[in-house]
Design a binder for this molecule. Structure first.
Ligand SMILES: [Zn+2]
Length: 301
């Protein structure tokens, strides 16, 4: 082979290489451009979604600024656990839990008291469970005073099921223990399964579910139900969230809109600004503190 031919081959190879390199760069450029475009689209979608829920100003309903001192606080969304003590100033108004069609029983004939929405919800859930699966169901605990909780805590040998006084949901009047009698495996009994699957319909949640002890600090209690209201109970149950996780979710998302059984709920998480919250100008709504510094405004139509 002559030098000239070799040089020609060399030039041909160089051209081919440049061509392949060019194609590669073009492909990389197209890919990069596409990626930037889609990333931008994803973040645009995300911020749109956030805008719909994060800022109370963007609630789908007109709002007005209202001073905290003029707002009725239901307290039914207060987070109460080992980190957050119950607010001492809040004396609950209590109602005796009386028999539903003469069926509802209490252990040792105790008199059990709860706040009104919890009283109604627990009655209805127990009645529905008895009608659906029967069994021997009895309420074993409702409201407890600080002193009663103190005594219970002192007497408890296994403290993984008992909160320290000042930190028990029973002191709020929003929690009840629904006991299943005459079954070997309480947590897997027909009654417990029915209770935990249907509690949300009445605004109740199983507060200390299995597998969440590292979050709630309390071992699985198949019997302890807490009133939070229907939409919140539905969200926790359908998303398998412990209540601590739900409050955390509300703080991060700012809230959400959800249709449930023909009603559109708008839930907005707010931190007061100048001791004021943004409330709907009209329509039905409720306000509850969350006991961690924020407020939850629940409106529905
Ligand atoms: Zn309990």
């Amino acid at each position: 082979m002559t030098i000239r031919k070799r040089r020609k081959n060399y030039h041909q190879r160089l051209h081919a290489l440049t061509f392949v390199l060019g194609l590669f760069l073009l492909a990389a450029g197209i890919f990069y451009g596409y990626k930037v475009f889609t990333d931008r689209q994803i973040s645009a979608d995300y911020s749109t979604r956030q805008n719909q829920t994060v800022s109370p100003k963007n609630l789908s309903i007109p709002t007005k600024s209202v001073s905290l001192s003029k707002i009725k606080n239901t307290h039914c969304l207060d987070l109460i656990n080992s980190d957050y003590a119950i607010q001492e100033a809040d004396e609950p108004t209590l109602w005796k839990l009386s028999a539903v069609n003469g069926k509802i029983a209490t252990l040792e004939d105790q008199k059990i008291f709860l706040q009104k929405p919890a009283q109604t919800a627990v009655k209805q859930l127990v009645e529905a469970t008895e009608n659906a699966v029967g069994g021997n169901i009895a309420l074993s605990s409702g409201f407890r005073s600080y002193d009663e909780q103190k005594q219970l805590y002192a007497e408890a040998e296994d403290k993984s099921f008992v909160q320290v006084p000042g930190h028990s949901e029973h002191e709020s009047g929003f929690a009840a223990d629904i006991s299943i009698q005459d079954v070997e495996d309480v947590a897997n009994s027909e009654q417990s399964v029915y209770l935990r699957e249907n509690a949300w319909k009445y605004g109740l949640i199983l507060r200390y579910p299995a597998g969440k002890q590292d979050i709630t600090g309390i071992a699985n209690e198949a019997w302890h139900f807490r009133y939070v209201g229907k939409i919140h109970a539905w969200y926790c149950t359908s998303q398998n969230m412990a209540y601590e996780e739900y409050i955390d979710f509300l703080k991060k998302s700012g809230g959400y809109t959800q249709e449930l059984d023909g009603i559109t709920y708008t839930v907005s998480y707010q931190t007061p600004k100048n001791h004021k919250l943004q409330l709907p100008k009209s329509g039905k709504y409720e306000v509850s503190s969350d006991n961690t510094g924020g407020y939850v405004v629940t409106s529905w139509k």
